[in-house]
Design a protein. Sequence first.
Length: 277
Amino acid sequence: MPSIPPEGTAAARCRIEIEALRKSFRSAAHQGGGEVVAVDDASFRIDDGEFVALLGPSGCGKSTILNMVATLIAPNGGAIRVDGVPVVPGRPIRHIGYVFQKDTLFPWRTVEDNIGYALELAGVPAAERRLKVERAIHQAGLDGFGRFYPSSLSGGMRQRVSLMRTLISEPEILLMDEPFGALDTHTKLDMHSVLLELWENTRQTVLFVTHDLGEALTLADRIILMSARPGRVKQDFKVDFARPRNAVTLRETREYAELFSKIWHSLGEEFAKGHSE
Ligand SMILES: Nc1ncnc2c1ncn2[C@@H]1O[C@H](COP(=O)(O)OP(=O)(O)OP(=O)(O)O)[C@@H](O)[C@H]1O
Ligand SMILES: [Mg+2]
């Protein structure tokens, strides 16, 4: 039976619905030709404006799930619906943005031309494009670097450019695959502050993949913990720390420490399983 929302509260609109999702890969003949089940019977939903972190050990199928939502690869079973409509592999959904794990900037384009790329493709007039790019550069704290090429930027700066390159199209749904995974602790914290400030003003629906519990707690409203491969949903935790959040001081609070240790144990069990394979 569908649940009835309490009187006076609107039912949240479901944006992403994943039901009994399954994906296996067959390795090449010279690698044994065996089947690897990456994701098995994964189900969850994400409501409008929620920031959800998908947390789990390496190889548990996080990127595979993201790639299926992005229609880049096809599932073997189950269903994905975005705004109630089943996704069709290979048919991109216009209002979804994807920030990849590695920065995928064009090395031959400057910062401003990288950030403005999607607007160029969409045929946005040059003057409007310039204004939007300028604002994005400012929001990312990159003033003065617009004419630089990616090779002259630090890793953190490149990730800011990647982030703004996706956000400039104002996607309603944002998929992020460990976008800060390669950064050092301080640069990562800095990126958390940038992302929190941007997101707390726009409240897109976000599915953020990470294996870093601290990062998930800092950013998300909910943490979906996945089991070691084959990836299933093990537990779903609510992260109800007040917003706006401060990426640095949040980590000093008791509520952060309590939730951290609650999830840490469960995550540790999955790391251990991954290592004993
Ligand atoms: N194209 C592919 N062909 C064959 N196997 C694949 C392919 N993509 C993923 N896999 C396998 O599926 C499993 C899940 O991979 P996936 O990249 O989704 O993991 P992940 O959770 O994102 O890991 P990480 O945290 O290391 O990025 C792994 O065992 C991987 O080897
Ligand atoms: Mg991955």
